[in-house]
Design a protein around this ligand. Sequence first.
Ligand SMILES: [Zn+2]
Length: 201
Amino acid sequence: MHVTRALSENGYPLSLVRKQISRRGRPAKPKRVFGATVVLDYLPKLSEKLGRLLASFGIRATFRSRHKLGSLLSALKPQRSPAERTNCVYRVHCSRFSQPTAYVGKTVRSWGTRRRVHATSIESGNREASALAQHAIDYKCAFDLSNVSFLESDDNETKLLKKESIAILKSPNLVNRNSGVGICKAWTSCLSLISYRKRLS
Ligand SMILES: [Zn+2]
């Protein structure tokens, strides 16, 4: 070997050179294998000690903080007014019939904007705009757009659509034409069963 020869020629004892080279080839120390993992709330000072103690028993401890930065910040956020609400599933009621009739919809833009669009489509007689407009125009009734309930919210639009679909399936007496999109059939039958049982009880 070139390295061995070069080193011994430079005065290093051959035995030492061989020893050093064989040491390099040795596998690294095996990583510690834990038999189990536990997730615990983080408590300053105590958690480090507990982690070491558990590790001596072959248990890996991971610690989570009870107060996530996001939850702390959202607690500080000022409450938004209904008109400012975005990315939500909402319900509004029509007051014409003795049996309450409602419309469930979703909006990514603010409720204030969606509300104006609803009002404009009714005023202009645009039946195609939504099931709400169609119902209001056909039956000459009024939806109480100032009395809105927010059922769900989600920043992910696909998830919001699914939440809307579920809300539509769960709510009785809706004017909605379709039951939204993206819900698998197993869910649909499951939810129909739930709402059927609710009606019976
Ligand atoms: Zn109505």
